[in-house]
Design a protein around this ligand. Sequence first.
Ligand code: ATP
Length: 317
Amino acid sequence: MSRTGAEPAAEEGVVIRVVDLRKQYGEIRAVDGISFEVARGEVFGLLGPNGAGKTTTIEILEGLRVPDGGVATVLGLDVARHAAELKERIGVQLQSAALYPRLTVTELLTLFASFYRRSRPPAELVAALDLGERAKAQTRQLSGGQRQRLSVALALVNDPELVFLDEPTTGLDPQARQNLWDIVRELRERGRTILLTTHYMEEAEALCDRIAIMDHGRIMEIGTVPELVGRRFRERAVHFDPLPGVGEGELAALPGVSRLAREQDGPTLLYTADVPATISAVLALADDRGLEPRNLGVRNPSLEDVFLDLTGRALRD
Ligand code: ATP
């Protein structure tokens, strides 16, 4: 994907358009005037701590909740007025919702397929979601990961243009999470648009073309991961094991260096806006003293650093 930042997408390529959307529960402003667009073919992530308003946003877009203000347009249709029409064209992953415990995987997919005018054959979905061995199992007999994959299969039963995944990998083990990531990537290769919410930073980094970071019902930042990181952190950290006999003052005075940090029993960190100049100077200084800097490297700020800086808290409470 080459789309970048918050630049507006071409009109025909816009799958989701949200303008000044609001939803209040009593005193709580769950969604407090947010605006964003998602282009066709994008994997767009809503990232935020508990209670940020992600689920409320996604449920408004799915036509499951009515906003108090603003406009939400999905596939060119106002969600408040065309919910029924949209249901045919979107896919919604229900949280481990009642899966009719005594139906088999195939029976459930067949049942859901019957709700739509257009549908993918159950066998195809069973294969796509790697549920082949469990096709004849009752849903109550499935493991957590299999259940999660079934909920994604159900979201895809009408071959939707736009798929909503609300925390698709919460509670999954690493292998099951990887499997779900592969499924999301396959969907993107099929040209589908995906809006997902997640608590997991690495998931957003791995999957999302663009990310909106939400907190307290507002969007704090929006963009690609490199944009989000670059906007906030211009510096990177050159790190190496402490050089015996070299003073902090000397290191802090090297070209490009703005500050120095020393991790307990760990490396020396030189924050710099000019990595090549700083590294050359460190090498020259060490050479001058007959030393060799060990474990020399560069550390890039991550999405996690952006998130902490923006919200002052970790993603999971
Ligand atoms: P989480 O990651 O915990 O699911 P979230 O970002 O999805 O959080 P929402 O579920 O959208 O956040 O909730 C946003 C705010 O609105 C929270 O303060 C929540 O308690 C409140 N809220 C959500 N649904 C309702 C409701 N039906 N009635 C009253 N308050 C609600």
